[in-house]
Design a protein around this ligand. Structure first.
Ligand SMILES: Cc1ncc(COP(=O)(O)O)c(C=O)c1O
Length: 350
């Protein structure tokens, strides 16, 4: 395996999906071979690394039952997969654990990514711990709180004059020019392998009917879907829940793509999923089709209300983007009587 083989030279071409590779494993050999540990490296036979990395411990997060919310929403059960308990308080740490492990295995000392905040902060924290140089490219609107986190971790911060899409292009140009290792999940296929461990954990923790997560580029929910399928493949479960992807009504290109309609231009306060040109759309569309899932959009007002309710009725401080999951469930009659998992992807103040 070449850890720098990011894109397929033959496919892609779709400007919304550059042909990101997908990683496959010997699933028969992986059965019964999980490591006795409670972090992402538990799933070592299903990860693209040579061994356990000397990196911060990501994964092994709690599944919190929320009976008061379940009752109020008419669900059989509601669980919150609390990804805020990762080292830098975000699901992104799962992918970063793999990126830093691969950089260390390759002997590369510089890592980079583009991000509205969370992935960059995650990379900066892991790089600080592993002694790597970290270059992050953030959009012009990155919040002061997030820039402060980046500087505390000692990252080299490039603030773009444009949006996330422009920061992404600048990151790829510089990363390529200098030979840094990429932590752009919507480019480096090995990072989705880290995110999928969230799906593997969910499969081991609860028998869910639905798993709900916010969608930007599509790597997070696409990765979770892959993990849920692989869990069945290696005999951890015999069911695969349906995926529900959530976007903000103001920026909903994935919802439009799923429904085969044109996305309208708008805006949202949910900065982490305000991605107008999603780069891992094909993977997520494939996962949604495979499990019979769907994509839905919710307004910023609904998200704000859901963020308040998550804190008041479940004791979870979710970031604005992550609260979109609860807003989605509140608007979906079809989930009544079901067991639902919300992936609380991050908990940092915006
Ligand atoms: C907290 C949070 N949730 C969800 C997402 C969406 O992930 P993806 O872009 O992989 O779809 C992000 C991405 O930045 C995020 O930071």
């Amino acid at each position: 395996m070449d850890p720098r083989a990011y894109l397929c030279p033959r496919c892609g071409g779709d400007h919304e999906d550059p042909g990101i590779f997908d990683v496959h494993y010997d699933y028969a050999a992986a059965r019964g071979q999980l490591a006795r540990r409670a972090d992402v490296f538990r799933y070592l036979p299903l990860l693209p690394v040579r061994g356990v990395g000397a990196v911060l411990n990501a994964g092994g997060t709690a599944m919190v039952e929320a009976p008061r919310l379940a009752k109020r929403l008419g669900l059989r059960a509601l669980y919150l997969k609390d990804e805020t308990r990762n080292p830098t308080r975000c699901l992104k740490d799962r992918a970063t654990a793999i990126a830093t492990t691969l950089a260390l295995e390759l002997g590369v000392r510089d890592v980079y990514c583009a991000s509205a905040g969370n992935a960059a902060i995650s990379l900066a924290g892991f790089a600080a711990h592993a002694g790597l140089r970290c270059h992050v490219f953030v959009p012009s609107y990155a919040s002061p709180v997030r820039l402060d986190w980046l500087r505390r971790f000692g990252a080299e911060v490039h603030v773009s004059k444009g949006d996330y899409d422009q920061a992404f292009a600048e990151a790829e140009e510089q990363g390529k020019a200098h030979g840094w290792y990429s932590r752009n999940c919507a480019f480096n296929p090995f990072l989705v392998e880290g995110k999928k461990t969230c799906g593997l954990e969910i499969a081991e923790q609860v028998p869910a009917d639905f798993v709900v997560a916010p969608v930007g580029d599509g790597c997070t929910l696409g990765g979770i879907g892959k993990g849920l399928r692989e869990a069945r493949e290696i005999g951890l479960t015999d069911r695969v829940p349906k995926l529900i992807g959530v976007q903000a009504a103001g920026v909903q290109p994935m919802v439009a793509r799923f429904r085969g309609v044109q996305a309208e231009a708008g805006d949202t306060k949910a900065a982490s999923i305000a991605v107008r040109r999603p780069r891992n759309a094909l993977r997520l569309m494939r996962e949604l089709r495979e499990c019979g899932g769907e994509m839905i959009a919710v307004s910023d007002v609904q998200i704000g209300e859901a963020q308040r309710v998550l804190a008041e009725d479940a004791g979870i401080v979710a970031e604005f983007t992550s609260a979109a999951t609860l807003a989605a469930v509140e608007s979906m009659e079809s989930l009544r009587g079901k067991t639902v998992v919300l992936v609380i992807t991050g908990g940092r103040p915006d």
